[in-house]
Design a protein around this ligand. Structure first.
Ligand code: GLU
Length: 249
């Protein structure tokens, strides 16, 4: 009877794909507990009325979750501490790239997903310090190769695919803190799943690759390691994913 969770971002009303994901989390809990977590670190896009609507919709679906519900926007200090641990160990570096620079760098053909090409990884420490002192906007990226050198090879377990060799290098040096927020999805989700005692992480197959990074972050931050199960995404009659931006049903 594991603890599972449903972790939507309140950037719009739930669509039928979310209902599927929440039902999946409840079924996988199999009489255990499904937690709701509101992943609202993007304070520019998340709104309290969407958060309230999510809770109301889950109740309507018969999928109400225990309260209080964890809201990530209330826990930035915790994520900052985790981030600072990684910075202090030399496993994270500041990234000053603008959106336009990133788009140009990632436009070059690349096998698989576009990954950050490491532009800011090679900046000299003095230059980093000077730019930060000058107030340059910066996020923080995980130095995946340096991190892996510390942890050594890692594995994780997916209930459908068995034991998987973690391949975080394929994801590139992901952001672990955004310019405006001392966290990113990867850092906050990993931290919270451990903090909330989640034993089985259930989510859509679109996040399968992100699990490589989450496994690495768990090893770096000495966090408990859950199992994972990734459900197929629901598709509409045209074969497209349901998406909030399309105002999906
Ligand atoms: N907050 C993410 C989303 O709405 C899901 C994260 C997860 O389940 O790990 O897509």
């Amino acid at each position: 009877m594991p603890v599972t969770r449903f972790a939507p971002s309140p950037t719009g009303p739930l669509h039928i794909g979310h209902a599927h994901s929440a039902l999946f989390a409840r079924q996988m809990a199999a009489g255990g507990t499904m937690l709701l977590r509101l992943e609202d670190i993007d304070i520019t896009r998340c709104r309290p009325e969407y958060a309230a609507a999510i809770e109301a919709d889950l109740a309507w679906l018969g999928l109400a979750c225990p309260v209080p519900v964890r809201r990530q926007s209330e826990h930035f200090a915790e994520y900052r501490q985790a981030l600072e641990r990684l910075i202090a160990r030399g496993l994270a570096y500041p990234c000053f790239c603008t959106r336009a620079q990133l788009a140009a760098a990632m436009a070059a053909p690349h096998a698989g997903e576009p990954a950050y090409p490491g532009t800011c990884r090679t900046l000299a420490p003095a230059e980093r310090a000077e730019r930060i002192a000058g107030g340059a906007a910066h996020g923080w990226r995980l130095d995946v190769a340096a991190a892996l050198a510390e942890t050594g090879p890692l594995t994780w377990r997916d209930l459908d695919h068995g034991v998987i060799a973690a391949a975080p290098l394929e994801c590139g040096d992901v952001l672990i803190a955004r310019k405006d927020i001392p966290a990113s999805y990867h850092l906050a989700v990993t931290w919270d799943d451990a903090l909330q005692g989640v034993e089985l992480v259930t989510r859509g197959a679109d996040l399968f690759a992100a699990t490589h990074i989450h496994r690495l972050l768990q090893a770096l931050l000495d966090l408990a390691v859950p199992a994972w199960r990734h459900h197929p995404l629901l598709l509409d009659a045209q074969g497209r994913r349901f998406a909030k931006r399309d105002r999906a049903r």
